[in-house]
Design a protein around this ligand. Structure first.
Ligand code: FAD
Length: 398
């Protein structure tokens, strides 16, 4: 895999156009399922391999921006998203004591672009599966090796089977194996923040809005969706500090001991540390998004910090753009199609990544003086200004 420019690929003679191309999608998360559904809608016959033995019920609450909802509209799935998700009505920021600093209405955003919808991640996965034919998905399967030949990418799978594909699309998430196989080790960019996610009693949240507590270098967010309430707590810490199941609950309680409002009740309710998810917050930037016949989509190429709540929508947007470009190409001109895809997406992705980093630094301010200034700025920041911020995030063409 050492072709690194946009010149046409070598071919053994047979050129396949658009939907006739043999497509392998690796990873059945949000990007992979969206792309598979969109390609099938356009007459392609992709194969999707997913590492997990079944789709299961792993994950908390994710947010779908109106830019992501548009993709679901195109797949005929938007009504299901509305039925199973929960449209936010407000965004509320409290100081660490639980005193509300500002409560934003998001009516203007909703009026212009449509609702911002939270949903239980496994529910979104199930919705997307409805757009994908069952026989195109192979669960419990990974790619063992890829070899670029004039006839395509010779691929060997973990179940011992093999196949040849005109292109391979890595949708296998932030720790992508396809990226590593093709580009080598690409370092993730640590944000300086790590956190825990868990479910709490939904009665702790009285309204359908996001509630966030901003402390000094500490953050606690409550994200409701239908009948569920997820809490994400995060702190500033060095990379590699890690987290042990044995001390997990103690660690969360210690870090948020000074917090007021409903936080003491949340901390008291922590029960089984195995039900709590921990991760470091990383994002990822890559100079090139493809090499030869292999291209990356979603977190595998442009992971975004979770505080933006944008990862899902950006993955779906990228899947939609790649699906369009694949309709207009053939098996030898793939590098140019990949370049078109990358060019159409990169500035938007960079903008959202940059914003999420700036927001992260702002939220996780550590010193007392700076966090007082931060709280003052939040108090003065109006719903109209928040609308302008969202408008800037949502107005870009795909
Ligand atoms: C189980 C799970 C739960 C999550 N829960 C949340 C959440 O609660 N909140 C939130 O904000 N974000 C969550 N995320 C991340 C969020 O889904 C992504 O940031 C975003 O949707 C981008 O989608 P993606 O398809 O690029 O990556 P992902 O959604 O991460 O999907 C990657 C897919 O690839 C599969 N995979 C990985 N390696 C291989 C391999 N070698 N071979 C084949 N398949 C492979 C994974 O099993 C997964 O299905 C979760 C991701 C996963 C995988």
């Amino acid at each position: 895999m050492n072709r690194d420019d946009n010149t046409p690929l070598r071919s053994n003679g047979r050129i396949r156009y658009g939907p006739d191309m043999r497509v392998l999608i690796v990873g059945g998360g949000i990007a992979g399922l969206t792309l598979c559904g969109l390609l099938q809608q356009r007459g392609f016959h992709p194969t999707l391999v997913e590492r997990a033995p079944e789709f299961g019920d792993v994950g908390y609450v994710i947010v779908v921006w109106p830019s992501g909802s548009r993709i679901l509209k195109g797949l005929g799935l938007y009504e299901r998203l509305q039925e199973q998700g929960c449209a936010f009505t407000s965004y509320n920021i409290s100081n660490y004591r639980g005193k509300v600093i500002n409560s934003y209405t998001i009516d203007s955003v909703v009026e212009k672009y449509g609702p911002i919808i939270s949903i239980y991640r496994p529910d979104l996965v199930n919705i997307l599966r409805a757009a994908v034919s069952k026989d195109s998905i192979r669960m419990n399967t990974m790619v063992v090796s890829l070899a670029d030949t004039d006839d395509g990418v010779e691929t060997v799978f973990s179940d011992g089977s093999a196949g040849i594909y005109d292109l391979v699309i890595g949708c296998d998430g932030i720790r992508s194996k396809i990226r590593k196989d093709v580009f080598g080790e690409v370092p993730l960019r640590y944000s300086g923040m790590s956190g825990w996610g868990f479910w709490v009693n939904p009665d702790l949240c009285s309204h359908e809005g996001i509630i966030e507590y901003w402390g000094k270098g500490r953050f606690l967010g409550m994200w409701p969706t239908r009948g569920r309430l997820a809490v994400f707590t995060s702190v500033r810490r060095k990379s590699g500090v890690g987290d042990s199941v044995d001390t997990r609950i103690e660690s969360i309680r210690r870090n948020f001991a000074e917090f007021g409002g409903v936080v003491p009740e949340i901390l008291r309710g922590l029960d089984d540390p195995r039900d709590i998810y921990y991760d470091e917050y990383n994002d990822l930037r890559m100079d090139r998004w493809s090499r030869g016949r292999v291209v990356l989509v979603g977190d595998s190429v442009h992971a975004i910090l979770p505080n933006a709540g944008a990862g899902v929508s950006m993955a779906m947007e990228s899947a939609a753009v790649l699906a369009e470009e694949l309709c207009r190409t053939d098996s030898v001109n793939l590098p140019h199609a990949f370049w078109q895809y990358e060019s159409r997406r990169k500035s938007r992705v960079n903008k959202v990544q940059k914003q999420s980093r700036i927001m992260g630094k702002f939220i996780y301010t550590e010193s007392s003086a700076l966090s007082s200034i931060r709280d003052y700025v939040v108090r003065a920041y109006s719903s109209r200004q928040l609308f302008r911020y969202w408008d800037n995030m949502l107005k870009d063409p795909l």
